[in-house]
Design a protein around this ligand. Structure first.
Ligand SMILES: Nc1ncnc2c1ncn2[C@@H]1O[C@H](COP(=O)(O)OP(=O)(O)OP(=O)(O)O)[C@@H](O)[C@H]1O
Length: 240
């Protein structure tokens, strides 16, 4: 039996009252098996991911973290159960719209276009969302760069000239560019030193606690988990 799924509240009380937590994404009896080999990766998972919170998804290698991220981002649908977004079944929703408007995904490898500038990368993502903006896009990009604590002159710098930590900040700015309610990050601090990792976590906490975002992070890092408001821990496959 799968008994090791736990959730702990660490600092949820730090969320301010203007961003009262409400369910953003919910797992409702979610199971998932890969067709090839029929391996059951997730079994009867239930969890509520709320706005105003930073939630870490942890678990050993192979526990199903990436699979879960793929379900939460609407790229895959559960074999059993439902993923709900604002109370509605994601499997029945317009998932293209969900992915281009409601969630911002930060990939482990950043997926930025190296030959383009920081501003160009951010603006490209705004264009792809199809949203309309009430401010010039370059101005929004400049505000986002400030939010992720990069100097304004970085806007016109090409990605290939940036360090790993700087690229990670740009990847966060890009994920925020169309103002999604939910941020999903896959190992966002994986290759960063501890000080940069703390900086990145401070940005995520600010986004959750002061802007009411739901920030979901897949991580192997105990430091990141400890700094999150909640930890959703997946058990090793062999213990299920
Ligand atoms: N496309 C696939 N087809 C079949 N099995 C897969 C597929 N992708 C992943 N798996 C299996 O599902 C299980 C969970 O994989 P997943 O990548 O979700 O784990 P994880 O917790 O993210 O691991 P890691 O920390 O190593 O990235 C693993 O046993 C993996 O071999």
């Amino acid at each position: 039996m799968d008994t090791a799924v736990t959730a702990t509240a660490n600092t949820a009380s730090t969320a301010n009252t203007t961003t009262a937590a409400k369910p953003a994404l919910e797992l409702e009896h979610v199971s998932y098996s890969y067709t090839k080999g029929g391996k059951r990766v997730l079994i009867d998972k239930n969890y509520v991911f709320r706005t105003g919170r930073v939630i870490s998804i942890t678990g050993p290698s192979g526990a199903g973290k990436t699979t879960l991220l793929s379900l939460l981002s609407g790229l895959t649908t559960p074999t059993k159960g439902r993923v709900l977004h604002n109370g509605e079944d994601l499997a029945k929703a317009d998932r293209y719209r969900f992915r281009s408007h409601d969630i911002g995904v930060i990939f482990q490898s950043f997926n930025l276009l190296p030959a383009l500038t920081v501003a160009e990368n951010i603006i490209l993502s705004m264009d792809a969302s199809g949203k309309t903006f009430d401010q010039p896009k370059k101005e929004i990009a400049a505000e986002l760069i400030e939010k992720v604590r990069l100097q304004p002159e970085y806007l016109n710098e090409r990605i290939l000239h940036l360090s790993g930590g700087e690229q990670q900040r740009v990847a966060i700015a890009r994920a925020l560019s169309y103002d999604p309610q939910i941020i999903l990050a896959d190992e966002p601090t994986g290759n960063l030193d501890l000080a940069t990792q703390d900086d990145i976590m401070a940005i995520f906490k600010d986004l959750a606690h002061n802007e009411g975002k739901c920030v979901i992070i897949v991580t192997h890092s105990p430091e990141v988990a400890a700094q999150s408001d909640e930890v959703f821990q997946l058990a090793p496959l062999r213990e299920r």
